[in-house]
Design a protein around this ligand. Structure first.
Ligand code: GAL
Length: 366
């Protein structure tokens, strides 16, 4: 019995000595060259290293930063991901398909846990999904749907509803007449959804003979200069005799209004846009643009970040909607867009802080 106690005691002493030695060793490193005690950070660094390793990393592959909204998406998505304790790497391809694939490959090779993609070209981006899945990385389609690929989640606004809101607002003012449709980029699935929504509303009036669509063109790469050329072409082809314009976003609406301005028609012809850009909000309160469709980007960015981080953590994401992208029924979250004109500008865009009253009214108090 006595022998056993002695053995136990010896072991205890040896263990205590071992831990003291460990502490001293760390202490050694905490004494600076002058022997002055310094902040003992080594185990902190270890802890940081391990938590950094475990930190979820999201890759965000964006088409472009051309339009005002994408700068907002980028900043808000980054902030939302970081507020969830994860990190994000963002690359933008400036409308170049090959570059977007290359950038996605870079993010995949960096070992991101999940890839979020705003595709420039809905079809061409399918190869990104294949590459990500080969690396065991899931893909979330942000705002724009990737077609014919097995994407894991789609988060956007109800883009057909965007088109319906535009056409409902304009047909209320111009129930009969000649319409010009300035579409978006036909490589962008959203442009097709916006147009589908617009013609949902126009078709019955077209069938009745009340409305004629005298011009209908896509805007290559969403470039405002292409929209300007389209609008000039429409004015020339119809000798300026048009009654309404529906443009797929505010950047293209702004250039259509430029062309109308040159023929003295700005402010006389109702024009619809989308995105609630500041310049559009200003045009609406001035009267040269009739309405825009406001899509609260903070809601989209936060929802996409929440779902991306959850999916990267291996959580199962259940959605009440599915969208067929030509290959699979994609679990989807589609947020409601909001029609904005002069009468509800303050209660929507300004109330949300999307733009300030001073900016929209250019400092005038109304
Ligand atoms: C669409 C997007 C719009 C618009 C456009 C141009 O996909 O939904 O908000 O701005 O792209 O980038």
């Amino acid at each position: 019995m006595e022998l056993r106690i002695r053995r136990l005691l010896t072991m205890f002493v040896m263990l205590a000595l071992f831990f003291v030695a460990l502490g001293c060793e760390k202490m050694d490193r905490s004494l600076g060259p002058e022997g002055k005690p310094v902040q003992n950070t080594s185990f902190l660094q270890d802890e940081e290293a391990t938590s950094k390793e475990e930190k979820i990393k999201i890759g965000f592959s964006m088409d472009t930063l051309e339009e005002e909204r994408w700068l907002r998406d980028r900043a808000l998505f980054k902030a939302a991901v970081e507020s969830l304790g994860a990190e994000v790497e963002i690359l933008a391809a400036n409308g170049d398909d090959a570059l977007q694939v290359l950038q996605a490959e870079t993010l995949i090779s960096q070992g991101v846990d999940l890839l979020v993609v705003v595709p420039h070209n809905a079809e061409a981006a399918a190869t990104i999904v294949k590459k990500a899945h080969l690396a065991g990385i899931k893909v979330l389609s942000y705002d724009r749907l990737i077609k014919n690929a097995e994407i894991d989640l789609y988060v956007s606004f109800d883009n057909e509803r965007v088109g319906e809101l535009q056409a409902e607002a304009i047909t209320k003012i111009v129930p009969k007449g000649k319409y010009v449709y300035i579409g978006g980029a036909d490589t962008d699935n959203n442009a097709h959804l916006f147009k589908k929504g617009v013609f949902h509303v126009l078709q019955p009036l077209i069938d009745k003979g009340d409305i004629t669509v005298v011009y209908d063109q896509w805007t290559k790469n969403w470039l405002p200069s292409n929209a300007y050329a389209n609008m000039q072409e429409a004015l020339i082809a119809n000798e300026g005799k048009i009654d309404a314009v529906i443009a797929a976003n505010d950047a293209t609406a702004g250039m259509a209004i430029e062309a109308l301005m040159e023929t003295g028609l700005a402010g006389k012809i109702p024009v619809a846009g989308q995105d609630a850009e500041l310049a559009a909000a200003q045009r609406i309160v001035e009267g040269t643009q009739t309405m825009t469709v406001y899509k609260p980007i903070p809601t989209l960015a936060e929802e996409a970040a929440r779902l991306a981080v959850a999916m990267a953590r291996g959580e199962f994401i259940d959605t009440d909607r599915k969208v067929n992208n030509g290959k699979v029924e994609v679990p989807s979250v589609l947020l409601p867009p909001i029609a904005v004109n002069r009468s509800n500008m303050d209660e929507t865009v300004i109330a949300d802080g999307f733009h300030s009253k001073v900016d929209v009214y250019k400092g005038e108090t109304r």
